[in-house]
Ligand binder design. Structure first.
Ligand SMILES: C[S@@+](CC[C@H](N)C(=O)[O-])C[C@H]1O[C@@H](n2cnc3c(N)ncnc32)[C@H](O)[C@@H]1O
Length: 347
């Protein structure tokens, strides 16, 4: 979609990016404060809560840490509202474009048994009011404003490339019936469509607002995806009806029991010989302690309520427990900070 903001919306989005980038000043100072405080990473506790307390005690006098917290707090709580306001300014102008794009071969169906899961009750993910369904146009706001204009500026364009590149790690190139868990606004779905142009693609998400954006993305490209509002762990779609099940950055947002259930449902949905690929952030044991602490603190401010418990999981072990074979879990080799888990359903 080609969306042009008004001057005020553009200015506030640009300010958001500048404010976030300004954090790099305090980052260098924080490193100096860590060195001056004589912190020895190997001596720090493994437990993330204890680690955080130890760091806060050692850095009690660090202005850089307080500045970093302040910037994190402001951007975490404000980014969603700034993006929403910028989008609301132009919503009337783009209504015809939105109407056109909702009409096409990609349609959205709600699973008849769907009820929103308890673990998302009251969870305002990313500290956005109402979370993924917080606004009737949350998908549009998240994809076009937060993701394309803010996240990309902060973390680089690689975040989009990885959504496609990660699929090169799969054992086969000929998948024909693909199911994606946690479609959201369809960025990874596009990667699947590009990697496997012959495949029929289906997917689900608990948020209709996000799926409506995925629908626009697909219709704009004349793609025919089957999108479902529903929980990925309880699709009730026929067993063995797919040869690839994929997710991208879904796992870290959900509790451990839901993560296990995603792998179990993927196993049920796959035909023998099919594969699962789940890509997410690396588990905390893959980081050195200072990096684990930085991520954990970022997750607290950034509104990632299940970050810690999901980060303790061993996804390879979960996949094997569900029956997958040839299981591999590794850091995505083309870059970025992604952890890939692949398994195959035995023939
Ligand atoms: C970080 S987004 C996924 C990003 C997306 N795959 C991409 O590549 O941009 C996480 C999504 O998972 C959805 N979600 C949360 N719990 C879910 C569940 N139990 N089943 C399916 N989707 C879920 C959220 O609504 C949200 O859209």
């Amino acid at each position: 979609m080609d969306i042009e903001l008004r001057q005020r919306g553009r200015a506030s989005m640009d300010f958001l990016v500048s404010f976030g980038r300004a954090m790099s000043i305090s980052e260098a100072q924080l490193n100096a404060d860590i060195a001056r405080a004589g912190i020895v990473p190997e001596d720090l506790p493994d437990d993330l809560e204890e680690l955080n307390t130890a760091m806060e005690t050692a850095l009690a006098d660090s202005h850089a840490l307080h500045m970093r917290d302040l910037v994190f707090e402001w951007t975490s709580t404000r980014h969603g509202a700034v993006a929403r306001e910028a989008m609301e300014e132009i919503l009337d102008d783009i209504q015809p474009q939105l109407r056109d794009l909702s009409d096409g071969s990609t349609q959205i169906t709600t699973f008849p048994h769907f009820t929103p899961p308890d673990y998302l009750e009251g969870v305002e993910i990313h500290r956005t009011t109402g979370g993924w369904d917080g606004h009737p146009h949350q998908g549009l706001i998240h994809a076009e404003m937060v993701h394309k204009r803010y996240v990309t500026a902060m973390y680089g364009g690689g975040i989009f490339n990885t959504r496609r590149a990660v699929l090169d790690n799969l054992p086969r190139k000929d998948y024909r019936r693909i199911f994606e868990m946690g479609v959201s606004s369809g960025f990874h779905t596009l990667g699947l469509a590009e990697a496997f142009p012959q495949a029929e693609i289906s997917g689900c998400d608990v948020s209709r607002a996000m799926l409506e954006q995925a629908q626009r993305v697909a219709n704009e490209r004349q793609l025919k995806w089957k999108l479902y509002v529903g929980c990925a762990e309880d699709t009730r779609l026929p067993a063995e009806s797919f040869d690839l099940v994929s997710s991208f950055i879904l796992l870290h947002e959900l509790p451990a029991h839901a993560n296990r259930a995603f792998f179990a449902e993927a196993f049920r949905l796959l035909e023998p010989g099919g594969a699962v690929i789940m890509t997410d952030v690396p588990p905390s044991r893959e980081h050195d302690k200072l990096t684990a602490w930085r991520y954990d603190r970022g997750a607290k401010y950034g509104g990632e309520p299940y970050w810690r418990e999901a980060g303790l999981l061993d996804t390879a072990e979960i996949a094997r427990d569900c029956g997958f074979v040839n299981v591999r879990a590794f850091k995505e080799p083309t870059g970025g900070n992604y952890w890939v888990t692949i398994g195959e359903k035995p023939l």
